[in-house]
Design a protein around this ligand. Structure first.
Ligand code: 4NP
Length: 595
């Protein structure tokens, strides 16, 4: 393959300057979305009639609440701690103008928020506790309810705040909650013990949510006043015929239920059960309904997000905001496909492949996604695109514990992180070789966050399988990390391990630092408060003590979540230069110096 650092610099620069788009809905007669168009995650709005756009924020945005069509305001969060994820909540007008603070609430980790046009309900974490809060635009704020578990606010309207989480303290289930603002009563609701219930949305005092209590995940409507539960009924049959596995989003539009339903890493939009045709891939965010029209942002692995106008039953969606790759990059991303392989114990594992190398078998990367409750899907990913466009074949398994394939599959890693899920990653390499995609002598393992964790574990427990490894924002030691975590991430680790602390040592990469034998590249944001740097520094000391070959890139003024293109360059470029050096045909494996 064509090598050279300058080529990689050009590649990364071109890729990070491809904007992303994710819709938040409509507000003030405009479509509102998050985009990286000017180099930072920012809020934008668009008048689809004139095509005129407005940039609503300057400094990077961390998160935003779905908009309310009847309100001109857009509510969002911003990290004010150089990446430590202490957020302030602000709002802007959808037409533009100055952004303003929602209230003077102290900065904290805001991990979910909802907006009803006047009030913002949110779940926030400090070092000590998680709680539900309420703030008024330009007014005061109050703590409403202390949570002793991981739970997320998803909507606020009238007398209710609703959300869901691990409310019964069973690590394998989620329940919804209905909080009555006037009385302070908290109802935890589940249709059946042991079921998973998620992301409730309110309309006229009724609660729309996803549940798997009858088997497959479906949408239900619950009335908290009468206690009556009904299946969401549709007038059209497309939704049932599609038979989705999960939902990315849903809600009501003028009393009619819409759903972004998903299966095998792709999503489709349904309105009253009727499909609204959209291009193949993933719908980013929610649909925006405006002046009788429907707008969606859609991408796939080989094509970055575009904004489309779509309508039920009619043919081709119309491009409203286009987005194109340079030809030389598009060519490298053409061969992308989905498959399943059988893992060591017979379990079928879904996997995405992007053949970016001109060789087959060629130099390749087993890419391990983060989360772990996340997935690689048919969706634009600057990380996957950069590895493939740099000329490598990428095998990206959705190891057990991934989302997208049902709750039974998703919960298979609970009580077993770094166990059978790591087995699935090892099997992905074997499968990629069997398929003739991966050259067995030139396979790297790479990932960010939980994927960085799995990378380090794979390098220490299966050292002979990898030519090299790249671990971004990784977990090196569970006990050390737990000690540094705030209230929500302590809970996260407890749920992930199902309380089995006795596994922490066995499942920590630090236990196997002396076993690493291939070159390792560690990239870490200095101010990361999810996967903190300190345990990784200690891991590096162990690598040094054992004379291991590694390189380390510690990126200052940056946290776990990337919000600027500059940050993306700082994470991606060292990774690609390292892969290029170690996976190039004929490259000699580095010999560790004598300790
Ligand atoms: P993620 O980061 O992969 O980006 O979701 C993580 C943060 C925390 C933990 C794992 C992954 N944890 O186990 O605490």
């Amino acid at each position: 393959m064509e090598g050279g650092v300058s080529r990689l610099v050009r590649l990364v620069e071109e890729l990070v300057s491809i904007p992303t788009y994710a819709l938040l809905g409509s507000a003030g007669g405009r479509i509102v979305y998050l985009s990286t168009k000017e180099g930072v995650v920012s809020l934008w709005s668009l008048d689809p009639a004139s095509g005129e756009t407005a940039r609503l924020t300057e400094a990077p945005v961390s998160g935003a609440a779905p908009t309310r069509p009847e309100s001109p305001h857009v509510v969002f969060t911003r990290d004010v701690s150089r990446g430590r994820e202490l957020h302030r909540i602000l709002y802007a007008d959808a037409a533009g103008g100055e952004e303003k603070p929602v209230s003077d609430a102290p900065p904290m980790r805001v991990f979910a928020l909802a907006f009803d046009g006047e009030r913002v309900a949110f779940t926030g974490a400090t070092a000590e506790e998680m709680a539900i809060y309420m703030a008024r635009l330009g007014g005061g704020w109050e703590k409403l309810y202390s949570l002793d578990t991981m739970a997320f606010v998803t909507d606020v309207e009238g007398d209710y705040i609703v959300g869901y989480g691990n409310l019964r303290h069973d690590p394998r289930t989620n329940e919804i909650f209905v909080y009555r603002i006037s009385t302070g009563e908290m109802e935890v609701y589940t249709p059946r013990d042991g079921s998973n219930n998620k992301a409730p949305r309110l309309s006229g005092g009724r609660v729309l949510f996803e549940s798997n209590f009858e088997g497959r995940s479906r949408l239900y409507v619950y009335d908290p006043d009468s206690g009556v539960l009904e299946r969401a009924g549709f007038s059209h049959g497309d939704y049932d015929a599609y038979d989705p596995v999960e939902h990315d989003a849903y809600g009501w539009h003028e009393g009619i239920v819409w759903a972004v339903a998903k299966k095998e890493g792709r999503s489709r939009l349904f309105l009253d059960g009727r499909e609204v045709p959209t291009p193949r891939g993933t719908i980013h965010g929610v649909p925006a309904f405006l002046h009788g029209r429907i707008y969606v942002a859609v991408s796939n692995i080989s094509e970055p997000p575009r904004i489309y106008e779509a309508s039920p039953g009619s043919g081709e969606p119309r491009v409203v905001v286009d987005n194109r790759l340079p030809e030389w990059i598009a060519e490298r991303l053409q061969r992308a496909w989905f498959a399943r392989y059988r893992s060591f114990d017979g379990l079928w594992i879904p996997v995405y492949v992007v053949e970016g190398s001109s060789e087959r078998p060629g130099p390749g990367v087993v890419y391990v996604h983060g989360g772990p409750w996340s997935e690689v899907r048919d969706m634009w990913s600057v990380m996957l695109a950069s590895i493939a466009a740099a000329g490598f074949n990428v095998v990206a398994p959705n190891f057990r514990g991934s989302t997208g394939y049902g709750d039974e599959f998703r919960t298979m890693d609970i009580g077993d992180p770094g166990g059978r899920d790591l087995g699935d990653v090892v099997e992905a390499r074997r499968w990629g070789i069997e398929q003739g995609i991966l050259d067995p002598s030139r396979v790297a393992v790479m990932g960010y966050s939980y994927g960085g964790y799995m990378t380090l574990l794979a390098m220490g427990r299966h050292p002979n399988l990898w030519r090299c490894g790249v671990a971004g924002a990784s977990v090196a030691d569970w006990e050390e990390m737990y000690g540094m975590s705030d209230a929500i991430f302590k809970k996260f680790i407890e749920v992930l391990f199902a309380g089995r602390r006795e596994l922490w040592r066995e499942r920590s990469p630090s236990t196997y630092a002396d076993k690493v034998s291939a070159p390792l590249c560690l990239i870490h944001p200095q101010n990361d408060t999810r996967t903190p740097l300190k345990p990784v520094l200690r891991y590096m000391e162990k690598l040094l003590d054992h004379g291991k070959v590694f390189e380390a890139h510690i990126v200052p003024d940056m946290g776990h979540v990337l919000t600027t293109m500059e940050e993306a360059v700082k994470m991606l470029l060292p990774a690609l230069i390292f892969l290029d050096k170690h996976l190039r045909a004929g490259a000699e494996p580095s010999t560790p110096p004598a300790p």
